[in-house]
Design a protein around this ligand. Sequence first.
Ligand SMILES: NC(=O)c1ccc[n+]([C@@H]2O[C@H](COP(=O)([O-])OP(=O)(O)OC[C@H]3O[C@@H](n4cnc5c(N)ncnc54)[C@H](O)[C@@H]3O)[C@@H](O)[C@H]2O)c1
Length: 452
Amino acid sequence: MHVRVSIIGTGYVGLTTALALAYIGNEVHCIDQNPRVLESLTDGRVPIHEPGIEDLMAMNLSLTFGEWDSFDPASDVVFIAVGTPRKDNGDADLTYVEAVADEIGRRIDEKQALTVAVKSTVPLGTARRVEAILINHFRERGLATRFSVASNPEFLREGAALYDTFYPDRIVVGANESFAVNTLRELYTPILEQTFTPPAGIPRPQGDKLPVFLTTTPTSAELTKYAANAFLAMKISFVNEFAGLAEYVGADITEVARGIGLDDRIGLRYLAAGAGWGGSCFGKDVSAIRHTAAQYGYDMYLVEAAVQANLRQHESIVKKLQARLKVLRGTTIGLLGIAFKPNTDDVRDAPFLSVARRLLELGATVKTHDPVAMPTCRRNHPDLDVIYCDTPEELARDCDALALLTEWDEFRHLDYVKLGQGMRQRIIVDGRNALNRVAIKAVGFTYVGVGR
Ligand SMILES: NC(=O)c1ccc[n+]([C@@H]2O[C@H](COP(=O)([O-])OP(=O)(O)OC[C@H]3O[C@@H](n4cnc5c(N)ncnc54)[C@H](O)[C@@H]3O)[C@@H](O)[C@H]2O)c1
């Protein structure tokens, strides 16, 4: 099927979706309002870090970028993939989504059928709200366009965004009209049936499991996304809570996690104890769904506990440093990793931010190194008074301790003899249980893990 697709918002979700849909044979035009992002994309440069994304950008796909003036009024499907950041009251900010609905309503042509798919993570009722904005415009303009607003939540993981988009577990569509469901099903058919040739560097996983196409109501689709993120956050907080107990009783959480994760009912993923979760989604989504529940006077006990446990987990890294160094004022601490997880440059809500801020409050000097996230951090947190270092060796120089906060592959194979030579004291807090503690201890470091 040849569908004219417009994607609004070219961040982690919008750009990934655009590349994947163009790769499987669609004509895709993307709109963004950020001049920096657009300039980069129209030059063929990718403004974010995602494995495989540069190679797809370099292909000759039917993929274009522009400002709102370039919006294709004949689009068949318009995806909304703009941000929904946290407001001060905890709810998701719908300003961007509503502004997009407004632009679509003003610009779309009279059409036989238009499907608007909301990919952004949005509070319940947002599909209906977008629909109302469009109806107002169509009435004003006297358009008889048949249209449907579907909720099509996104489940990709940053750091594996293209992989997850080409090989999803499921695609969820919540819509009230069957034509929107059918249009999206057709659009996704090459992915649902896995009939495309895998892009170089993003091989198809082994096995013959095909993605499930799950259709439901818009409200259930919207809630599915929040429930998924709340569950994953809770799973990580759960293992972190047990990691804390493991430290008291002398157990090893990595073995306990494997022991429970091998049970199919539990599963091994998202069971790695560490410095706690962060990122652009978990914190704001968990906050938004609690806000929604509060509007009904309904307590989300487990979700609330997941947040509390996570705050304690960020703080636990600082406590481990205090336990070894006693007074932190006057010390120099090197933080290995800024990004909230490896293979991304995203620093939104990264544990690094809360650990660095707390250390600064306590009077320590904070140095940091990250293979890709330093420019993003500098740009988004210009006031954060940390020293950016170009190499791990430069980072370690004159440090009293190091703490690993992001398990980048390159951090797993550092030359600890060399690092240790420049340090004042050889202490390393492995906030991701990712390092070879035997090798590290062998060269004279004090090694401190999480829950072991
Ligand atoms: N990042 C993830 O891992 C992820 C995963 C699943 C769902 N989501 C959800 O998807 C949505 C987008 O997330 P993201 O991380 O891609 O965001 P992002 O901040 O990386 O990108 C959003 C883009 O939208 C653009 N934009 C904002 N308002 C606009 C407007 N009126 N017109 C045109 N462009 C506009 C911004 O300039 C920006 O480039 C959010 O709701 C998020 O919760 C994100």
